[in-house]
Design a protein around this ligand. Structure first.
Ligand SMILES: [Zn+2]
Ligand SMILES: [Zn+2]
Length: 134
């Protein structure tokens, strides 16, 4: 591929934008808007988002009632050691603090003898801000 440098640059600016906002979700449109100063085309954004998702660097979620997909930065390496919480309403992923999860997981392991794979585990529920909106 002759355009590899150019596409790597696009990919990097996309990834760094998402990694600077790890607790936020963005639709492809919002990403496009945020990166409008950089020379990155709409199709490149969609292509890179799909690539990054398949590599596990970002997560794609959808909000109920919306057909749009949302993307959130998801760092594989540091995420391997902690449990995640996933909101059923907004689709947002929360990274549970290791120390905070340890009591929970240790108690569970003691009671059941079941060894929890922390990085693979996601608890599903309703996040605080969605719960308050009711
Ligand atoms: Zn995480
Ligand atoms: Zn939520």
């Amino acid at each position: 591929m002759s355009k590899i440098n150019y596409s790597t640059e696009q990919r990097n600016s996309l990834l760094s934008f998402l990694s600077e906002n790890p607790d936020k979700m963005f639709s492809a449109k919002q990403v496009e808007l945020a990166l409008s100063g950089k020379e990155i085309s709409k199709s490149a954004i969609y292509r890179n988002l799909a690539e990054l998702e398949s590599e596990g660097k970002i997560k794609r979620c959808s909000k109920p009632g919306s057909r749009e997909s949302f993307y959130q930065f998801f760092d594989c390496n540091s995420c391997r050691t902690h449990i995640h919480l996933s909101c059923q309403k907004c689709g947002k992923i929360f990274h549970l603090d290791e120390a905070a999860a340890e009591n929970l997981v240790t108690a569970l392991e003691k009671n059941t003898g079941f060894e929890v794979s922390r990085g693979e585990s996601t608890l599903v529920g309703i996040c605080k801000s969605c719960g308050e909106k009711k």
